[in-house]
Design a protein. Structure first.
Length: 314
């Protein structure tokens, strides 16, 4: 009898990649983590630092450096390598450079015999995930972008602060582009089962006048608020990525808004966008198609159209 161990490879040992590995190690999500970077010394440094945490954790997660040829039996490949936006740029402005980097990753990984699941973190994540899907030739369920998972966490934080509850009691989704055009279907937002619109109506003394568009704008800009103060973001996206990986490896059937291929859902086809998705051992198992108002659906279409128009690959 052979017991299969869960194995995750993280490509890119910058702040996002190393923080993702740290989240996986400290939470004990998998059995083994492979760290891959063009800068092999940086990768080794991260491995040695991560190994020093094991004594004080609940599980001995093996961590080592690796190359693309070692990835044939990896369950999940996490791609964090890419071009960070410079001041004044949007995520879309980094597309061409990130695409070139990703191509140098996907081709040798597939040549190794890899048949696992790609999780794409590199921005612009929706378009890069679509490109990885095209490059890899894998089924759509095996290529996932982190999409609007982080935006959703930010959105829930803002709503929770407004009504003074735990963010985990808020049920809301940011959808569409992980970027400036993302939208929120407010009609389905609830707090512990109660409609957010009803909460606003019933608690004027608590919440005052609520500008829903301003909350969406804050959600969209939160990453830049962090970027302007510390140069980049990494804890939030790393933990979101670890949550996605856990949902897959543990076969949780957990619903997380990630970027996945739409094939008729919400009236959209042949485009990756952030939508609530059921995640389990097969990857992106199914899309939760929520009912939106006509206005909300129009905003979603507008966001998706931006992604479609910026997909420059044949």
């Amino acid at each position: 009898m052979k017991i299969k161990k869960s194995k995750v490879a993280v490509v890119g040992c910058g702040l996002v990649g190393s923080s993702t590995a740290f989240s996986l190690v400290t939470q004990g999500v998998c059995d083994e983590i492979l760290m891959i970077d063009i800068n092999e010394e940086r990768a080794l440094g991260e491995v040695l630092d991560l190994r020093d945490t094991i004594k004080y954790l609940d599980r001995n997660v093996k961590v080592r450096t690796a190359s693309y040829s070692d990835c044939s039996d990896v369950d999940i490949m996490v791609i964090t390598a890419g071009a960070p936006p410079q001041k004044g740029q949007t995520r879309l402005d980094t597309l061409e450079v990130s695409a070139k980097i990703v191509k140098t990753i996907v081709e040798p990984v597939m040549a190794s015999g890899f048949d696992g699941i790609f999780i794409v973190v590199s921005n612009p994540v929706d378009i890069i995930a679509h490109y990885v899907y095209k490059l890899s030739g894998l089924p759509k369920n095996q290529v996932i972008g982190t999409g609007s998972s982080l935006d959703t966490s930010r959105l829930q934080n803002f709503i929770a602060e407004l009504v003074n509850v735990d963010p985990r009691s808020v049920y809301a989704y940011s959808m569409g582009e992980h970027g400036d055009s993302q939208m929120v279907p407010w009609s389905i937002v609830t707090v512990a089962g109660k409609s957010f619109n009803d909460i606003i109506h019933d608690n004027k003394d608590l919440v005052g006048d609520v500008d829903l568009d301003e909350i969406v704008k804050k959600t969209t800009r939160e990453g830049w608020e962090i970027y302007n103060r510390k140069g980049t973001t990494y804890y939030g996206i790393a933990t979101a990525c670890a949550g996605i990986i856990k949902a897959i490896l543990y076969d949780e059937n957990r619903i997380i808004p990630v970027s996945t291929l739409l094939e008729g859902e919400y009236g959209e086809t042949d485009v990756f966008a952030g939508v609530p998705t059921i995640l389990n051992r097969t990857g992106a198992a199914d899309i939760l198609e929520i009912h939106m108002t006509d206005e909300e659906l129009d905003k979603f279409h507008q966001s998706v159209e931006i992604l479609r128009n910026n997909f420059i690959f044949s």
